[in-house]
Design a protein around this ligand. Sequence first.
Ligand SMILES: Cc1cc2nc3c(=O)[nH]c(=O)nc-3n(C[C@H](O)[C@H](O)[C@H](O)COP(=O)(O)OP(=O)(O)OC[C@H]3O[C@@H](n4cnc5c(N)ncnc54)[C@H](O)[C@@H]3O)c2cc1C
Length: 460
Amino acid sequence: MRNLGSSVYWLETARHDPRASLGHSVDVDVAIVGAGFTGLWTAYQLLEAQPGLQITLLESEEVGFGASGRNGGFAMTLLDMSLAHLRRNHGDAAAKAAHDAVATSVDEIGETVAAHGIACEWVHGGLMVVGTNPGQMQRVEADYRTAQELGLDGFRRLSSEETRAEVESPTYLGALMEDHCGVLHPAKLTNRLAAVVEGMGATIFERTPISRIEDGGARLHVHTPSGVVRAEQVVLATNAWASTTPWFKHKVVPLYTYIALTEPLTDAQWDTVGWERRQGIEDKRNFVHYYRRTDDGRILWGGSDGIIYPGGAIRPRYDRADTVFKRLESTFRRTFPQLDQVRFSHGWGGPVAITVSFMPLFGSLLEGRLHYGLGYNGHGVAPSHTGGKILRDKVLGKPSELTELCFVDTAEPGFPPEPLRWISAELTRRTLLRQDAAFDGGKLGGEMDPLLLRVMKKLG
Ligand SMILES: Cc1cc2nc3c(=O)[nH]c(=O)nc-3n(C[C@H](O)[C@H](O)[C@H](O)COP(=O)(O)OP(=O)(O)OC[C@H]3O[C@@H](n4cnc5c(N)ncnc54)[C@H](O)[C@@H]3O)c2cc1C
């Protein structure tokens, strides 16, 4: 029985047989904690590089239960708050290397899906980042300029007419089209990828929560309720849940983001929208709206706000947020007035991990035997694939261009302790929402760092 607080369409349409939980102690080469995209891609990359490696994945609920099985399904390149932020915060060479690594992952996800016949509704239709007011258009221009100046491939500017020829909305003033993006059915990908890694020799235990990881001398000891996994190396791939570990309780904070899903549109309704290319779409708010078509003709509509619950708690009941669902429905109707008859059938949410730097965190602890990859700030579908390769290189002790990327082995500043963490995060959220509203009212203002990030940078 899934520990869900809501009805998650992706999980409903990608059932799989339950797996056994761990019932004994075992010795393995590598234990991976968490069976979302990060854990699964790490297992996949490791077994490709070194077949025969003994790998066990330990998942507290079931494969794809976390953000990986319930996200928007956009495999996209975004790191930091925008391409312009990434360049400003990390410099030209590091920004280009990080962007290119994730763009390569987008292509490789498509190749892996094809090579293994993974039926996960993969459509490589690109990403259309739309501006719906002059302030957002400034950001579209800034990203386009950045892409050109860095020499990145696959970016095109679209005029308002060109944008509306792709997808008809009276709100579109123009867009940036990026080729390196695909959409997929996330729970089908986690399920099938899990089966692929099992076929390659990995073992996956579900309903096996780990309580702690201890240095047992020659091996690390990963404790579960009914057995200890003694592993030469451990990979921590629990993203938002890492906030409950001693190492990351000040480095990541869980933020809930939400999705509403329409009923299938009729052919006549689709004719009024277009969207033949089936690209993912985002706007340029601080709290973006992200939306896409599903294979069965629905529109998935997510974003608009993000909620950090007191104490950074993660609870099944937080999977629903009716006020956010209402706001999502109203922005959907503003964007597509021609679809005023379309009803919503599902709404759900889930926790992502936010970091102070707004970049993922990859590194190693316990004398290089415990490796971690987490903190994707709501954009982990493609970066977790890059992350699987980074974690592979770390486990195999083979430094590479990937282990040199600007979000690997960094000294990440921490959040302040509670209740300051929640108060400052809430202030940041309100500031960002106020700016979104001011942009909607016609103001200009360009890019903005979250308040919390600026404060932490000053302190750190
Ligand atoms: C509503 C929503 C929409 C999103 N949309 C997008 C999108 O369109 N594009 C995009 O790029 N990103 C999106 N994201 C973010 C993306 O889903 C995540 O960045 C990515 O899935 C992270 O993968 P992960 O494997 O690191 O973490 P998760 O998928 O969260 O996996 C962590 C796993 O660890 C398990 N776990 C936790 N604690 C323990 C423990 N103690 N013992 C054992 N197991 C444990 C959890 O059950 C979970 O299965 C979205 C997220 C949400 C919630």
